[in-house]
Design a protein around this ligand. Sequence first.
Ligand SMILES: [Zn+2]
Length: 435
Amino acid sequence: MKKRQSPWIAYATAFLSVLILLNCMTWKSLAAPRIQKTKSPVIIMIDPGHGGENEGTKEGFILEKEMNMITAQVMKEELSNFEGIEVYMTRDGDYDLSLKDRAKAAESVHADFLISIHYNASESHALYGSEAWISLNQEYHNQGYQLGTMFLREYREMGLMLRGIKTRRHSKGNDYYGVIREAVNLGIPAIIVEHCHVDHKNDRAFCDSKEDFEEFGRADARAVAKYFGLKSSKLGIDYSAEAETLPEVIPGTLVPRATQDATAPELCHVALNSAKFDEDKVSLTVSAKDPESNLAYYSYSFDGGETFTETIPWPEGDILTGVFEGSFTIELDVPDGTIPEICFRAVNPYDLDCVSNVITFNQPFVKPIVEETPEPSYEDATEKVTAPAEKIAEQESHVTAILLTCVVVVATLFVFFLIAYLVHARKNSKSQKSK
Ligand SMILES: [Zn+2]
């Protein structure tokens, strides 16, 4: 005999399903909690990079040490509007501090983060965009990655190109950058923020006035306030929900795309789609692959790789999520009258590149010469447009005049002959009477 199932089992199953569903939803919204646990108040040590004789880059319109100070001061002021935070600075004047002293200053106040403020310039003057450097140390790496993401999101919002959140390894195996290494040695998480490249035209609009450095200070304060989920009743801001938008990280493991990539992209290939020789146009599909750190830029060459164009951000890429399209289609304008040898260069966020195969052609790209009819000048055009109308009017008035003259002449002659006839007829009748 079949045993009848108790309705309670069905109720319990349904109840459990709802619980599991709710749990999944909750888990999803908390998918990326802040790895770093802090007490209130949060303590921040801002480090304006360089100072004194250590001037930093001289490529901007003022020295880097001054840029860093302007940004750091505004960042401190802005952060002081929030509740639950204490903010300090490693230096408040124009003097140098050793990297160890900067780390010690952070340790002395038990800082939750040491944030070192910098502006960048490259030897080649070819690089542009924002980047953040974090620790390789597993204990501090993920905290740096989550905070770094908040900084770069602000800069992307401002319109800057992102070069990523990165690590650099010293030959001894620990962190290459001293301020990060010294801070981590003292148990303080640290990050270096390189706002933009002051020596590149693409970034110049973001760093060519004092106000620009202040703008970065406000962006930096927002990044920190969002990372810690701070509130400001003074400003009417509540960033507590922002802390839930942090990128997901796995505690104890390094984020692969933030781990130094010592090798170039492993593939770069270009394929010809079509060539319009009489329009100087060529359509190509470019593919590249760098599974370790993804792709940051590309550039291309018309002379087989001897010279390349400026670097252009890789299309459809998001360096913060690591989501990249492996290939894209592009239409190029070929220099007229040339037989180009086209190749591409794919560049990863660590500035290592891979050059593609070369596409060659057996005929030049030449636009046919079109006989140019000279554009009529304004005076000519006026004459062309208005002369016929004037002439018609002129001709019409001539015809009228001739017709009128004819009528007058005919009428005069008629009158003349009428008078002559009448005079003649009168003379005849008189003579006939006298006869
Ligand atoms: Zn610097």
